[in-house]
Design a protein. Structure first.
Length: 81
């Protein structure tokens, strides 16, 4: 006779909790990326190639939008797509 205990499959609540925790865990990474992109914009010399300057600035803008959307989703102000 086997002494193995059969655990029930994960419930939808368990999966939702794991997803919510993973979503919350992204906050510091998102903020760090935004901070680094803002530093990169500030540190770029004026004589930097305009295409590179555009790419760095656009990255900062996109990360700011991403952060705002993240918080909007977190606080239930927006529904996921």
């Amino acid at each position: 006779m086997s002494n193995i205990i059969a655990f029930p499959p994960a419930s939808a609540d368990d999966e939702n909790e794991r997803n919510a925790e993973a979503f919350r865990d992204l906050e510091s990474d998102i903020c760090d990326c935004l901070c680094m992109s803002e530093i990169a914009v500030q540190m770029m010399p004026d004589e930097t190639d305009e295409h590179l300057m555009f790419a760095v600035r656009q990255t900062a803008v996109m990360l700011e939008r991403f952060k705002k959307r993240y918080y909007s989703l977190w606080h239930g102000e927006e529904r996921p797509a």
